[in-house]
Design a protein around this ligand. Structure first.
Ligand SMILES: *Cc1c(COP(=O)(O)O)cnc(C)c1O
Ligand code: SF4
Length: 336
């Protein structure tokens, strides 16, 4: 049922990463939309701090001539981003209170999260870390030493999560070294990678990535991030089949986003596409209230209604857990 597993030639992804669309007029041209069709975005402030960035392959999955396209809406800087909305802040999930200078974030029992880079292949306008001070908090290679030492000194940590930014924008030799260092810590039993690259830049799943992944002595869980079924085309299927063939367990997390996936039809479609690719829908996050993203919010009552409809239409294992992140809570909080 799933696509053939076959990694891309090593390194091809780097060229595609560098060639991402960063210019609004160019994106408009690709999609057959003028400035008006693009909503007159971006405004100077939002796009200056967090510029447009979208890989060409991802843009190629957008519908031409449709300003409401669900993939376009995720990446298009909108004038509404500059609105100052009460309750929407730079640090919506309380990370600055717990992050250490070396990129280590421990909020939950047993799991240590490492912010290994601030870079991403795509800039998602709703990103809860869009204001994260990566310059201070995402260390270079040597800077990771104190974080690894802290994990080694804490026997309660049995899972290490590589996050960012997107950890898969790092070079394979660096990732292999980090994975090797983590695996050498006796009490760590699992390595988890949170990444959007298999979806937005599937060529990232290349021979070099597969080689270090297959050699990793720890079980690897890859949590991808797709919000809409249109994101998963044949190339993404191939990337996911390749990750599975390399032994990774695949989960998906999505964010519930107004105008993108806030309907049972969209989310049923997403779960079905994920199931086609051997990916289990893990979390559906209520939007973190990050400054600049208020126009994406879906209220909890509507969210629960949508989840109820999913329960009536999907097997239980294809219904994601609806969660909210509450600063200071000991886990993600299941809603409803
Ligand atoms: C979300 C998150 C995790 C992972 O939580 P799970 O419920 O295990 O998926 C771990 N650490 C931090 C800091 C997180 O934000
Ligand atoms: S890929 Fe993830 S970390 Fe990067 S901008 Fe998108 S949501 Fe944020």
């Amino acid at each position: 049922m799933t696509a053939r597993s076959e990694p891309w030639p090593a390194g091809e992804w780097r060229r595609r990463l560098a060639a991402a669309v960063r210019d609004l007029d160019e994106l408009g041209e690709l999609l057959g939309l003028d400035r008006e069709g693009l909503g007159d975005g971006p405004t100077a402030a939002s796009a200056g701090r967090f510029p447009l960035r979208v890989p060409r392959g991802f843009a190629g999955r957008m519908r031409r001539g449709d300003p409401a396209d669900p993939l376009l809406r995720q990446v298009l800087p909108a004038p509404a981003e500059d609105d100052d909305v009460p309750g929407f802040t730079a640090d919506p999930v309380g990370e600055l209170a717990v992050v250490r200078g070396d990129g280590l974030l421990v909020k939950y029992h047993g799991r240590a999260l490492l912010v290994v880079t601030g870079a991403c292949a795509v800039h998602c306008r709703y990103c809860f870390r869009r204001h994260f001070p990566y310059d201070e908090q995402a260390p270079g290679e040597d800077g990771l030493e104190p974080a690894l030492a802290a994990v080694a000194a804490d026997p309660t940590v049995d899972e290490v999560i590589l996050s960012g930014g997107d950890p898969l924008v790092l070079a394979d030799d660096r990732l292999a070294r980090i994975a090797g260092r983590v695996a050498a810590i006796g009490h760590v039993r699992r390595l988890r990678i949170h990444t959007r690259l298999p979806v937005v830049l599937p060529e990232r799943v290349d021979e070099a990535l597969v080689a270090w992944l297959a050699a990793c002595p720890l079980p690897v869980i890859v949590v991808i991030h797709a919000n809409h079924p249109n994101e998963i085309d044949g190339d993404v299927e191939r990337a996911l089949a390749t990750l599975r063939a390399a032994g990774a367990v695949l989960l998906n997390q999505a964010v519930l986003l107004a105008g993108v996936n806030d309907s049972a039809d969209a989310l049923v479609g997403l779960s079905q596409r994920l199931a086609d690719c051997g990916v289990v829908p893990y979390y559906l996050h209520l939007l973190d209230r990050v400054a600049g993203a208020a126009h994406f919010e879906v209220d909890e009552t509507r969210a629960l209604g949508i989840i109820d409809e999913l329960r009536g239409r999907l097997p239980g294992y294809l219904v994601p857990r609806l969660v909210r992140e509450v600063p200071g809570a000991p886990s993600k909080v299941v809603v409803g």
